[in-house]
Write a protein of this length. Structure first.
Length: 184
């Protein structure tokens, strides 16, 4: 299970890097063509926008998977382990509800735009709006896995609720993991 999660994480990182590189090539190439040759690639801006949407959402999946979203931990640090677990569960249940709202709304919008083409590429807008469906489903799976770990895997709540004071502490922790062979 850990190997599958790690491989999916690596695949997500490769996908993100590829989308970012393609965006940079499209935008830079279009700028050069416009200024140097007074022409351009018509679909470059639209495709870059679509890639950016997918990149933002897939980055959110990666941050959730690695438990790296920003949070306020002033209250959590002072609670006992059981109360941390309860508060973690409550916040994750709220996130699951919000993800359901995103899933439902995105599905309705995607279906409504099934046969509506984008202005330049003519690609169905369905492929843009379905992003919310895919991302909310994947994020819900990650949250459910984390909730399972919080309640049934010993000593996992401290790993799930990271409290870090500074960026240097994060870098130090990652360097230590890498030195032990457990890093990325």
């Amino acid at each position: 299970m850990k190997k599958t999660g790690k491989r999916l994480g690596e695949l997500l990182n490769i996908l993100n890097v590829s989308m970012l590189a393609l965006m940079a090539i499209l935008v830079f190439g279009n700028v050069v063509l416009r200024y140097a040759f007074n022409s351009g690639i018509m679909w470059s801006e639209e495709m870059s926008r679509f890639l950016f949407i997918w990149l933002c959402f897939s980055g959110a999946i990666g941050a959730l998977k690695d438990n790296e979203h920003l949070g306020v931990d002033a209250l959590i640090k002072k609670l006992s382990l059981g109360k941390k677990r309860l508060l973690y569960t409550l916040s994750n249940v709220i996130m699951l509800y919000i993800l359901w709202l995103v899933f439902d709304g995105s599905w309705k919008v995607a279906i409504a735009n099934l046969h509506i083409p984008s202005p330049v590429t003519g690609m169905p807008m369905f492929y843009i709006y379905i992003t919310g469906v895919i991302v909310s489903a994947l994020m819900a799976c990650i949250i459910i896995r984390n909730l399972y770990k919080a309640w049934f895997v010993r000593d996992s709540i401290e790993d799930l609720i990271k409290t870090v004071e500074s960026e240097e502490e994060i870098l130090f922790t990652e360097e230590a993991k890498t030195a032990q062979g457990g890093g990325r």
